[in-house]
Every structure is written in C-alpha cells, then in structure tokens.
Ligand binder design. Structure first.
Ligand code: WTA
Length: 681
C-alpha cells in the first residue's frame, strides 16, 4: 500500500531519547526521516570540527561552480578579525543560482510560485528558465543605466518576483545590491542610499496591503532626493496587467505615479528592448555580493557587507541541510526580502539548491485568517519557515483556522528571528505540523549570513525553546564577562570562534572601526561577539537562546534599535529628551516604550499622535512605540546619563533596587505611577 504523506511517521516517540535527554517534550527523527535526510549521522559534527576549513572547502567544491578554483584554504586567518574564504576562487552567484540549473534538467522546474494578495489575481509561476531570462534582461537594463561592477544599486520593492530578479541581476553584473524593506519610510531609504552611495534605485509604484494600495513611489521619491541616485526603475505593480505571459488583463484603480523625466523609467519599458543574455561577471570569492543595513546600538544603521563565495556556499548548504531541501520539496519562507532571512532563504539559498519556493505578497490574515494555511494546502508546501511572532498571532486567533485546511503536505517546520516560547513551539508543532514534523529553531543574525545554530532534521533533537547545536564546522561558545566558558546551567554571552563561518560579514560599509569594535572589541579578534545571551542545555552542545543583551529590540521579529527610535523622536521640535526601552510583549516578543520630556507643553493625545507619525515618517510603522509616556524627568546618574536599565526594570514591573545614587531618585517613583496609569498603545 502506498503510504500517504500524512501517515509517514517523522518523529520518534520519547522512548528513543538518549540518556542525557530523556525528557518529555524532546523529539527525535524516525528512521524514515533519517533515511531521507541529507545528513543523519551525528559524526558529521566531529568530522567537521577536526578541520572546519577543509570541511567548508569540500562543500564549496561539491555544489558551487567556480570559474577558477580557490587555490587553497591558507591565508584566511592571518589578519583577524579580517578573514577570507576561498581565496583566489572566481565565481558568479547568479550563475550558480540560475545558469547551472538552466543548463540541466531543472530548466523548466518552477523556481518561484508567487501568490498575489488578491485572491482574484492569477498566480505567477516562474520557471528557472523564466527567471533566467528576466534576470538577464534586467542585468542588461542595469548596464544600460551605467551600472558597473562594484556600483551599489538600491532595491526598495515589495514581495513581488521583481525583487529577486533585481537582486540576481545585480549579482550577475557584479553590482552590489542594498535592499531596503518596503515598509521602511522614505527617510530610512534615503539614509541608507546616501551611506551606500547608490547609483540606481529599483522600486515599484505601490503595493497592496489588506486590499489597499500603498504608494511606494512617493516614499521612494523622498528617499532619492539629495542622494547620488541618477536613475529610478519603477515596477508597475498597481494597475498592471499582472503578467503579460498569462495574457490576462487585471484592471484595477491605478495610482497616480509622478515620473520624473530623465530620472524615472518604467521597468516594463526598459525590459521590452533589453537583450536576453548577459554574460555573468567573473567575481572574486571575496568581492562584495550585497550590503544590508541593520540596526545596532547607535542611531545609525550599519551596512553589513557579505562577500560572494563564502556567503553563497553557506546559503546553499544551510538551506539544504537545515531544511532537508530536496528537489520535490516546496519551500515557503514567509520573510520579506528586505531582511536577511529573505535574502538567504527567500532568494539565494533555495535558488542555489534548485528548489521551488512559494512567495506570498500580502498580509497573513487577508482576506481572512486562514490565508496562510490555504496557501499551504493550495500548493502542497512541504517546508514552512516563519517567525515566532506569526505563530503567536495565529495562536491567538485559534486553532480552528488551520484545522479547516489540509496541512498534511508539510514535513518540516522552521522558525527564526527571536526566541520561541514553549507554548508557541507546542502550538506550531501540534496544530501546523500535526505532531509529525521536526521543528527547526534556527538562530542567526544579519551578520552571520545564514542559520548557524539549530538541530538538523535527520539528527535532532527537537526540544521546545532549544535551538540545538552549531551547524557542522561552526564553533560557538558561551562565555562570562571575563571570557571564561560558563558551565551548563549558567547563562552567558554567545560567541562564535574562529575559523568563522564562510558567510559571515566581512565588515561594516565605510566603517571598519565599527566592525572591529562591535564584534571583536569584547573578547578579541578570534571571538565574534553576538550580543545574544544563551545557555548550554547539555554536553552535546544544545543551546537555548535568551535574547539580546544590547539595546537592539526584536519587535515582531524585526530588528530595531532603541537609539534609532530615540533619534526619530528627538527630531520632533516638541521633544526635549527621550529614552526608549524594550519590554516583553505576548505576541510581538518585544515592543518599544518611549519616555518623552516635552518642551513647554503638556502631554496630550494630539502630541502623542504627532510623535507616532514622526516615527512612521522617520523609520516606518514597524517601529511605532507601544506606549509613549510623557514625563518631566528621567532617572539619571550624577553625571547626567539616563539610566535605561532602570527604565527597563520599571516597564517590566520588576522590583527596583537602590536608587539613592541617582541624581534624581524621586523620578523613579513618579514614573512607576505614570506607567501604572497608562494603557494606550
Ligand atoms: C535574534 C535574523 C532566538 C537574536 C535572522 C539575533 C533569535 C537577532 C533566533 C538577529 C532564534 C534570531 N532564537 N533568537 N532562533 N534567531 N534571533 O539580524 O537576538 O534580524 O541576534 O537576523 O535575532 O536579528 P536579525
């Protein structure tokens, strides 16, 4: 009898558990899962640890096509914290993601299945060949706009296939893409474009969110003004015949798009006449593939630099092994391409593997709460990767929604972006995975390029709130303040040890000191400081992450800095001073709370609204404070520094210790009372 997917047992009952992990709620792969998995033998960890450089070298040779082989693994560590991978190797990331497949049997395999937000619009399916053709044409378009190897190209697009097309076209010609999340404001875009010194911007007229059309081009115009950008390419998403290949015309109310003559061009006009082949640029392994801006502890986002050879090797192998990606799988990573998760797992990783991906343009609950589960059912998604925040949101909406759909095609689940609490883990495992699917909790950062700590599907264990072991060939440690390794039960600071992962950042754009100070200023040049707290669970090296230890917040999985928010608020003329701290939130993980001192005016709903608008304009709606507390005073040290630690304690409602050393101890009690009486969001 043919066994249905739903009946295939993927997890073992608890009696299989190893002695040291004989716990309720720890799960292990079954023989079926092991048999299918790319890796199922624990020895891989030991073998990789013996010589991580040789291990990664083998992986890089096995699946990546090189124009010129990397000569050896010799020199990468001589100048730490600066390091190199696959020295002298020559390759092209786009060639590896597309041409390699187009030349073989995957030519007509679906690369991207794109589901529009509206249920009335047709799905777009792009085969590897479709994607190849479009990428080649757009690469020629970029060239015709004067883009050369090493130039920066800004990409400010919603989740439509043009975002991957634009990224890969940059990679093809050796231009460096810098994608900015489409929900970031025009001001945020501008700041990033100025820092990157971008020459061209690729954007869209707008996009749909819960049925409304949003004018992205208007934001893009703000972002372009005062920068070096000479040309803007605009995808017509609103009011567009969705794809001419489909031959179906969708007539919608369009947006009025102001096109500036000589600067702005419609994507479809430029593509019409573009040549359909563009020779890939031969890139050095250490040439930059992209810059992605992310939040640190200062007000200025940092441009994280990723190089070609190391990044794509890690993107490919972490996709393949962490998600056990096979050709027949259908992978859905819900992350927007504006974030690192979208770069590595909604673009490069799966394409490098020759996988098929689903992308969904819209909001998870539009037109109803069943939309995501409907998509899984509709296409038969087998691997699903999302954020704990989304899980908690669906938990709140109730399990009756996923129950309406057939989710039996799923075989592997993943999460990313923030620690996952046990309730959310169990809910996801039970109601989405039907208690069949291993849940891969992947820890990583914009800086690490790809997922580095998680259990592998064929090895396990899968334990709620525990990410797992470091990927083979990666060495992590947990240290105390002095740099001594901590024992099992104490928490400490998570670090990565050299040799660092091939896909890790090589620098902060135009700011080498920030690179050296932030990541290597704590424990020295051989130890990358992650800014995350963690504990080891057992001798096997399974790790539980406990959250950021700096002033970076993860709000609904989005990375934001309190300093950026403070900057945005203090730019408002009514604000004298402010402090922002993160506080735990049952769904979003964390939310920002702003304490604001106003100039000669009382706090009111009007000024509160103005400040919320200010944040929208300066950063974007994701950064809106959950609460704004107006106050006359903030707790300060005698030297006048705001004590944010105390504010954190206050917002969490925890016990306050001794405050007598403060300049203004009375401010603490006043704030406590204010917080207790403030309900707004
Ligand atoms: C947090 C996202 C716990 C962590 C890929 C890290 C996690 C920050 C996990 C990076 C996880 C990411 N468990 N925490 N599985 N994954 N984080 O740069 O605090 O947006 O430092 O990259 O997210 O966020 P970023």
């Amino acid at each position: 009898m043919v066994e249905t997917m739903a009946r295939t047992r993927l997890l073992k009952p608890i009696k299989w558990v190893r002695e040291d992990l004989k716990k309720k709620d720890s799960f292990w792969p079954t023989e079926e899962l092991k048999k299918k998995a790319w890796v199922s033998n624990e020895l891989i960890y030991k073998e990789a640890a013996k010589d991580p450089v040789a291990f990664w070298g083998k992986l890089a040779r096995e699946e990546i096509d090189w124009y010129e082989e990397f000569s050896s693994e010799k020199t990468y560590w001589e100048d730490l914290p600066h390091f190199k991978w696959f020295v002298d190797g020559k390759l092209n990331a786009c060639y590896n993601a597309l041409d390699r497949h187009v030349k073989a049997w995957r030519r007509n395999k679906a690369a991207i299945i794109w589901e529009p937000e509206s249920v009335n619009e047709p799905t777009r399916v792009l085969t590897y060949y479709d994607l190849f053709l479009k990428v080649n044409k757009f690469a020629n378009v970029l060239k015709s706009l004067g883009v050369k190897k090493g130039d920066r190209v800004g990409i400010y697009l919603p989740l439509i296939p043009e975002v991957q097309i634009a990224m890969l076209a940059c990679a093809r010609i050796g231009a460096i893409h810098s994608v900015v999340f489409s929900a970031f404001s025009g001001r945020s875009l501008k700041e990033r474009m100025i820092d990157a010194e971008a020459k061209v911007l690729v954007t869209a007229d707008g996009y749909y969110r819960r049925g409304r059309s949003l004018n992205l081009k208007a934001n893009a115009d703000i972002g372009v003004e005062g920068t070096d950008i000479k040309s803007v390419v605009v995808v017509k998403r609103i009011g567009l015949e969705v794809d001419t290949v489909d031959g179906r015309k969708i007539v919608r109310l369009g947006l009025d798009t102001d096109m500036i003559e000589g600067r702005d061009f419609w994507w479809h006009d430029l593509m019409k006449d573009a040549d359909s082949y563009c020779e890939p640029e031969i890139m050095d392994s250490e040439d930059t593939l992209f810059i992605l801006y992310t939040s640190g502890t200062t007000g200025k986002p940092k441009g994280i630099i990723h190089e070609t050879g190391g990044y794509i090797t890690q993107a490919l192998w972490t996709t393949k092994w962490n998600f056990d990606m096979h050709d027949e799988d259908l992978f859905w990573c819900t992350a927007d391409v504006g974030w690192i998760t979208g770069h590595t797992y909604s673009c490069y990783g799966p394409l490098l593997c020759g996988a098929t991906m689903v992308h969904f343009e819209g909001a998870p609950n539009y037109p109803d709460i069943g939309r995501w589960w409907n998509i899984i059912q509709k296409y038969g998604v087998t691997i699903f990767y999302t954020a704990p925040t989304a899980i908690r949101m669906f938990m709140q909406w109730g399990e009756e929604w996923p129950k309406k759909y057939d989710l039996s095609s799923l075989r592997i689940l993943g999460t990313v972006g923030e620690p996952i609490n046990k309730e959310a883990w169990m809910w996801y495992f039970k109601h989405i995975g039907g208690e069949r699917c291993p849940l891969i909790d992947t820890w990583w950062q914009t800086e690490t390029g790809g997922a580095l700590i998680n259990s592998l599907p064929g090895i396990g264990p899968f334990i709620p709130t525990v990410a797992g072991r470091s990927f083979p060939g990666i060495t992590s440690a947990i240290l105390d303040e002095e740099g001594n390794p901590v024992t099992k039960d104490e928490g400490g600071y998570l670090v990565l040890k050299s040799p660092f992962a091939p896909g890790m950042l090589r620098g902060v754009f135009k700011n080498p000191e920030r690179y050296e100070k932030t990541y290597f200023g704590v424990y020295g040049n051989k130890t990358y400081y992650t800014s995350d707290g963690a504990r080891f669970l057992d001798e096997m090296g399974n790790i539980r992450l406990t959250g950021r230890v700096d002033d970076v917040m993860k709000v609904a999985g989005h990375r934001l800095s309190t300093a950026e928010l403070e900057n945005a608020l203090t730019e408002h003329p009514s604000v004298v001073e402010c402090a922002v701290v993160a506080t735990p939130h049952p769904i979003k993980g964390e939310v920002p709370i702003a304490f604001v001192i106003l100039k000669g005016e009382e706090g009111s709903d009007t000024i509160r609204k103005k400040l919320m608008d200010q944040v929208n304009q300066m950063i974007g709606p994701t950064a809106r404070p959950d609460k704004i507390i107006f106050t006359e005073d903030l707790p300060k040290t005698r030297s006048g520094k705001i004590v944010r630690r105390l504010l954190k304690t206050l917002v969490k409602g925890e016990k306050i210790g001794d405050v007598t050393t403060l300049m203004n101890p009375e401010s603490v009690e006043i704030l406590r009372k204010k917080l207790a009486s403030t309900k707004q969001s």
